[in-house]
Design a protein around this ligand. Sequence first.
Ligand SMILES: [Fe+2]
Length: 290
Amino acid sequence: MMNTPKSTDIGAFTAPVLVFGGVYGNLEAFEALTAQADTLGIPAERMIHTGDVSAYCADTFECASKLKDLGCHAIRGNVEEQLAEEADNCACGFDEGSECDLLAMRWYALANAQTTPELRRWMAAMPDHLTFTLGSRRFRVVHGSPRLVNEFVFASQPDDEFHALFDLANAECIIAGHSGLPFTRRIGDRVWHNSGALGLPANDATPRVWYSLLSPTDEGIEFSCRPLSYDHTAAAAKMRAAGLPHGYSEGLASGLWPNTDILPQPETDAGGSALQPKSVVWRQFSLAAE
Ligand SMILES: [Fe+2]
């Protein structure tokens, strides 16, 4: 679906960078995230959204407007790409006729109805990729993968699949979104990082959502996956009022996805167990869990 990705270089960072992705129209989670950024002293210039500002939840217009006004770095996910084109489906990569696919028709219709011409133009102008340096490392931000906006990439995939993706990316670290689960995976001396989703829990039986902080330290670059609590009751009530699928509104409280069609077996087996905050430091030759 993507031709040559439009890539924007956002320069070099020497201070912590906050990464978040998949706001999914969840305004309450987005407000909690920006409050947390204020608490951490992270300005918008050091925040990166990895795409899909709209999806399962009720507030596409408010979330897209908030992201636009915030002015942080942001790439286009498959949902922004489709909304920009006034397409009739989300192109999420779900198998045709699967439960995810059928549910997506309902939330995408609401998202499309809430997207103004101004927001479509803003989405159309977004880059597909970002590049930057942090410490001495070269990073590339993508939505799904370097080759495909809607490719699902999970921590359990074999090394050779990651190597193939790195070979396309001209980067030592790839930051991706789309697949909804937070992880930091070392492959040789390169790192694949996903901050998880801000707008939907991590299928871990808790209502928390996830973002991450990338910090240069004396020992290397620290990747810190962090949970965030927010008013999920209010977000779910809006979804019910909007007539959105109950599986996702109930999932905001239960922390469980309505189905796990997209997950590999190891991630399916790990579902329902509360994720723990995790920091790893990317040193020159080793990655040590703390
Ligand atoms: Fe996506």
